[in-house]
Design a protein around this ligand. Structure first.
Ligand code: GLA
Length: 728
């Protein structure tokens, strides 16, 4: 016994001496710094997160402060980086474990850390921790993108106990703040109501934003948030934290204000129904929590995210995107070969790059004539398309356009051959009455055989049709009837292993078809996270394509995602608004059409044609320009956003439902060079209509445009203007 105590004491003293040598770890970007202290007690604490500190003595004083305030009678004064369950902290933990002997506690001590410069911009810092009583290891990872001011953090958990341990908390990140007040911007939603923004002040206790939906995880709550410190998170001023989790499944953000009035922000996989059994040989890697801290409001924070996404995260972030004509809103399930061949012709006539064939092309024993049958059977419906997909690829090629195709590979209708053949491949409770969401069930992607099957759907399509140019990958149901036949006694792993199974499939797709652009769709915008977007070039923001609704939805998503990743289609939703208004709203993002072109009058068709030509000229500004959100639709009856590149900028201004008597005000631009002269030109005009924009054609300095602004708003209903601003 004495020997054991001696070894523990020796181990502990080693921790302390190492800690004394390297007592402060700085993790920073150009503007932001996170300081972590290795305390004399051998444990690690967050001592600072904020604007970069320039003086070394200031940092050292933070360490001294912590040394003296690290009073074990009042542990909440100090902020342990990865607080554990069962010992000293009385609030939500980052980590909870049950060891082989049933002990549910842990204390993590510093082992070592490593700083690796990946290139001039990217640095990775890892900090290794270990429980002093059990062979349990936790490694905290921090990757910084200096120019973009982006931090990525995640955690690896492993152990060398004899048998598997059980982990029930496994946060990706744990951050602390001490500010006068905290305001949370959250993004909630539902089908056709994506990214509704609301703000609330946080006071003592917890606010949780999470998802328990599994697959269509972001249907009700989006995996991102904004925090304003001392004030609401404003567009152009103030300190704000913007964070998002790269996890295409159940996620959770906990905001807890503690007894000292400090805010704790815990981000990670939602541990709900997910106690995980971790084998001795395995490493549990959490998803990445990605954040930026801006001192100039959420506008700058969004630009940080956009730059980082285009440079590093989004699939083909630097590349171009395909404009398209889709048939979902036009034909629904009701089409045949002739209709599709005709739509390829119309694609050409319209002037977009690709025709996208949507749902309804597969299933023979149970043809997909509506959403009750056929999902899972990915053979082309012979009665509808007798010559298969190759015929359609050829038909598109003959018109000089490309062909894309819709799939929903993770799902199955009970009315399908797949369900008949492989009931054990379906997440379901065999002895209970099934609950169906859109008449379908979710395949058990925890099972490697199911992963192979799902991969084969894409692979077979590509082998048969190497010229297929695009896939829209849909996912209309959350996980229901929650039981994995594959996992049997380890159901706590279902939600996590499902997502990992999905990533296995996506990795194979990316490896074997690296240049295939893919759209992430989930009954509208029910999936939109930065891990999925490593594999997807873009995502479908919403089935709601009413332009007024879209102004709000796109506004919300733009806080975290660049316009190039956000698909927006012109449809007949709200066909009482002008085609110009609908096109002008969709044109802010990745433009597509999903409309019966026959329903358009000749001038409307001519307008669309011309707008697509304009889009081709301007898309570099839309895709790669810096976004300045100038006037929020939440603030009144108008909205305006500006994309800025060095020589050309593009202003989108919308009048939604203004009142006749309301006061109009000029829109002040941002991000221009004050001394450069800029020429204004209204574009996207209906042919035969002259611009009634008072300042059209004028030349102004950047200073004028940013201080005095433009009279772009009107009192007309659902009215829009697109203004080119060209440096001379
Ligand atoms: C989902 C998508 C739609 C469409 C349908 C097809 O709802 O969001 O765009 O593809 O599925 O069933």
């Amino acid at each position: 016994m004495k020997k054991v105590i001696f070894i523990i004491a020796l181990f502990f003293s080693l921790q302390v001496s190492r800690a004394d040598n390297q007592n402060q770890i700085s993790i920073s970007t150009l503007d932001t710094e996170l300081l972590i202290n290795v305390s004399p007690n051998g444990r690690i604490y967050q001592s600072y997160l904020g604007a970069k500190l320039s003086k070394e003595p200031d940092k050292a004083s933070l360490f001294e402060f912590q040394k003296t305030s690290g009073d074990s009678n009042n542990p909440n004064k100090i902020w342990e980086c990865y607080p554990v369950s069962g010992t000293e902290d009385f609030f939500e933990p980052a980590f909870a474990i049950r060891h082989n002997d049933g002990n549910p506690t842990s204390v993590l001590y510093y082992l070592s850390h490593n700083v690796r410069k990946i290139d001039d911009n990217i640095t990775e810092t890892t900090i290794k921790l270990k429980d002093n009583l059990y062979p349990v290891y936790v490694t905290l990872h921090y990757v910084t993108y200096s120019k973009e001011n982006i931090f990525k953090t995640w955690t690896e958990i492993s152990h060398k106990e004899k048998y598997p341990v059980n982990i029930s908390r496994y946060a990706s990140s744990f951050l602390y703040f001490s500010e006068p007040s905290y305001y949370l911007n959250e993004f909630s939603g539902d089908w056709a109501k994506e990214t509704k923004m609301s703000t609330q002040q946080l006071s003592f206790g917890k606010k949780i934003i999470d998802s328990k939906l599994g697959t269509r995880a972001a249907m009700f709550a989006y995996p991102f948030f904004e925090l304003g410190f001392g004030n609401t998170a404003n567009e152009n001023s103030g300190k704000v934290l913007m964070g998002t989790i790269g996890w295409t499944g159940n996620f959770s953000f906990t905001f807890e204000v503690d007894n000292m009035g400090c805010l704790r922000v815990i981000s990670g996989i939602n541990p709900y129904a997910s106690d995980y059994t971790l084998k001795p040989s395995d490493i549990f890697t959490t998803p990445e929590f990605i954040f930026t801290l801006s001192n100039q409001g959420v506008g700058q924070g969004s630009r940080n995210f956009h730059h980082w996404a285009l440079n590093y995260q989004l699939k083909d972030g630097k590349g171009d995107r395909l404009t398209l004509l889709n048939n979902w809103e036009n034909t629904g399930f009701d089409f045949n070969e002739e209709k599709i061949a005709n739509l390829c012709k119309e694609t050409k006539k319209l002037g977009v790059d690709m025709f996208l064939l949507d749902d309804g092309w597969f299933g023979n024993k149970y043809p997909r004539i509506d959403d009750h049958a056929g999902l899972g059977d990915w053979d082309v419906t012979k009665s509808k398309l007798p010559h298969g997909i190759p015929f359609l690829v050829k038909a598109a090629k003959a018109e000089g356009v490309k062909l894309g195709i819709w799939i929903e590979p993770e799902m199955v209708n009970p009315k399908s051959e797949l369900a008949e053949k492989h009931p054990d491949w379906i997440i379901s409770l065999s002895k209970r009455e099934p609950y169906y969401f859109r008449n379908q069930l979710v395949l058990d992607l925890c099972n490697p055989k199911v992963q192979d099957y799902v991969y084969s759907i894409i692979d077979n399509l590509m082998i048969e049709n190497p010229d297929l140019a695009f896939m829209k990958w849909d996912c209309n149901s959350p996980i229901t009837n929650i039981y994995s036949p594959y996992l049997k006694g380890k159901q706590g792993q279902l939600y996590i292993d499902y997502v990992r199974g999905l990533y296995n499939v996506m990795n194979r797709v990316k490896k074997n078809y690296p240049n295939l652009p893919l759209m992430l769709c989930s009954g509208g915008g029910g999936r939109c996270d930065y891990e999925a977007l490593k594999y997807f070039t873009e995502f479908w923001c919403s089935d709601n394509t009413d332009p007024v609704e879209r102004i709000f939805i796109q506004w919300g998503f733009s806080h975290f995602f660049p316009s190039k990743s956000m698909c927006a289609h012109v449809t007949n939703w709200s066909s009482n608004t002008s085609i110009k208004f609908r096109v002008d709203v969709a044109m802010m993002c990745k433009l597509g059409f999903d409309i019966n072109l026959q329903s358009l009058k000749e001038p409307e068709m001519a307008f669309c044609h011309q707008a697509i030509e304009n889009y081709k000229q301007l898309k570099n500004v839309i895709y790669n320009g810096d976004l300045y959100r100038l006037f929020s639709p939440y603030d009144g009856n108008h909205s305006a956003s500006l994309y800025v590149t060095e020589n050309k900028s593009l202003l989108f201004a919308y009048d939604i439902h203004p009142r006749f008597g309301e006061k109009l005000f000029p829109v002040k631009l941002q991000g221009l060079n004050p001394t450069t002269m800029y020429r204004l030109k209204e574009t996207n005009l209906m042919s035969g209509h002259d611009s009634d924009f008072r300042q059209n054609g004028q030349l102004y300095s950047g200073s004028f445009l940013m201080n005095i602004g433009l009279d772009v708003f009107t009192t007309q209903q659902t009215h829009s203007r697109v203004i080119e601003i060209t440096a001379e």
